[in-house]
Design a binder for this molecule. Structure first.
Ligand code: HEM
Length: 463
């Protein structure tokens, strides 16, 4: 028999307002895991004005992701807040709009483009190597995430916008300082019961406004440079080399793609490509501080693939780093950067035992299932081997692993992210020993749209 959302179990909260004002947002993903252990893998969160359906059951969250774009959409509130921030691209559009943006963006991020652009991306890794060599020589402790963010923004801009930014060697503040203000504010606004920021702007809101302006200024630079390239080389129109040229040409040829769409998608890529990959790398480096054997195996692989080279100078080197990729997947199983997603039902629908009404808001939490023994053998162990076909564990439920989402809206940047992780980790381990300076146990998870770590420092030693 079907169960209505209002009849599901869940944390009680206070009379009338339910859990509305008691959510600890930076720890929301952890609260959901605790509630899931207590109330089950499908439960109701009373938020006073509405009931949120919360799902951690892998089979059900896969169905939600796969029933898109027809049955489910991203949450309307998310869409609204992102649009208000001046971003309107493939991530937050729905229906026909999404169908026209997605192929253009996805094509520009595909493996062919990564291969073609590798000669432009590889020197960025060389610059990161140089920076880390200097840091090792000085013996200073430093926040490695800051360098990783610079690396990912340089790679994204090079691959997707054909524009070499070189923030790694740039002195002082870079675009990251602005980018890092954007996600936390979007997350905060999505979860605000009342949009106070529309009535009164706090210091944080003002900083956010400046950040959005600065990002738009940068995007304009990208667009101007790409328009000039197209003007100087009209033959590029036939086969646009990167996402930005592809979308500019599409906007010129198709009436239904506007200048706002061009700008929105470039901003989307800049945001989606930077934080996610850098934060994943940051978590992996942190987790490896407790995994000396895994680290040595990763280093052996890097040594054997790279030989005398300091880093992967040719694209094909990366495909051989399968153990390093397994370690990246383990890192995403324990520390997924997007553990929470928000959806809304487009129609009345029956999902397993739950009957869902049109408009129902749904929150999915993707880590809970991936840490359960019923889905992965020795689930609490960091075992990159489980991702290699030849040494797969007896229990391996791929449905319970969705760090890149699923269905038609699956992350189109997945391959690029994996490429960047292989590049950075092989270069790091081949050339340096990493010492975690900040005590391991003092580092916390913090949810701010992406799940980041609290800042930690490392020291590098040249090998
Ligand atoms: C480790 C790194 C990354 C992780 C964990 C990640 C994760 C995700 C997740 C969970 C989604 C939502 C998928 C869904 O709704 O089913 C997503 C969407 C998206 N990601 Fe990524 N991502 C990463 C890197 C990147 C990169 C490098 C880019 C591009 C430069 C990118 C571009 C996008 C875009 C454009 C979307 C929206 C897709 C759509 O709605 O159709 N991501 N990503």
């Amino acid at each position: 028999m079907a169960t209505k959302v209002k009849d599901l179990p869940g944390p009680k909260g206070k009379p009338v307002i339910g859990n509305l004002f008691s959510l600890d947002l930076p720890q929301l993903h952890n609260s959901i895991e605790e509630w899931s252990a207590e109330h089950g893998d499908v439960f109701r969160l009373n938020l006073g004005i509405f009931d949120q359906l919360v799902v951690t059951r892998p089979s059900m969250l896969q169905k939600i992701m796969k029933e898109r774009p027809h049955g489910f959409a991203r949450s309307e509130k998310l869409n609204k807040v992102i649009r208000e921030s001046g971003v309107h691209g493939v991530f937050n559009t729905e229906g026909i709009d999404w169908k026209k943006h997605r192929p253009i963006v996805a094509k520009g991020l595909d493996v062919k483009h990564q291969k073609d652009f590798y000669p432009a991306i590889e020197p960025i890794l060389g610059r990161l190597y140089k920076k880390w060599q200097e840091r090792a020589k000085s013996g200073e402790a430093f926040f490695i995430q800051k360098d990783l963010l610079r690396f990912t923004v340089d790679v994204t801009s090079s691959l997707a916008f054909g524009y070499s930014m070189n923030t790694i060697e740039e002195e002082g503040g870079a675009i990251q300082d602005h980018l890092e203000k954007v996600f936390p504010m979007i997350f905060k606004r999505i979860n605000m019961p009342v949009p106070w920021y529309k009535l009164y702007r706090t210091k944080e809101d003002k900083e956010f406004d400046v950040a959005v302006l600065e990002m738009n200024r940068l995007v304009d630079e990208f667009i101007t440079a790409a328009r000039k390239r197209l003007q100087d080389n009209p033959e590029l129109r036939e086969n646009p080399p990167s996402v930005i040229e592809a979308i500019i040409v599409a906007a010129e040829e198709q009436e239904d793609i506007s200048d706002e769409d061009v700008r929105g998608n470039i901003l989307t890529l800049l945001m989606a490509g930077e934080d996610t990959t850098a934060v994943t790398l940051n978590w992996l480096i942190y987790l490896l501080s407790q995994e000396p054997e895994v680290t040595e195996k990763m280093r052996d692989e890097a040594n054997s693939v790279l030989g005398d080279k300091k880093w992967a100078t040719v694209y094909e080197d990366n495909a051989k780093m399968r153990y390093i990729e397994g370690a990246a997947f383990e890192s995403m199983r324990f520390k997924p950067v997007a553990p929470i997603m928000l959806f809304q039902a487009n129609e009345d629908i029956q999902l397993e035992e739950v009957s869902i009404k049109k408009g129902q808001r749904i929150l999915t939490q993707h880590r809970y299932g991936s840490l359960q023994e019923e889905n992965f053998s020795e689930a609490s162990q960091f075992k990159p081997e489980r991702w290699l076909k030849e040494s797969r564990c007896p229990v391996h439920n791929t449905e319970a692993f969705s760090p890149f989402g699923g269905g038609a809206r699956y992350c189109p940047g997945r391959n690029l992210a994996i490429l960047e992780i292989r590049m950075v980790m092989s270069m790091l381990l081949k050339n340096f020993e990493v010492e975690l300076v900040t005590p391991y146990d003092s580092v916390d998870e913090k949810m701010a749209f992406t799940m980041m770590s609290s800042p930690y420092e490392v020291r590098l030693k040249e090998r």
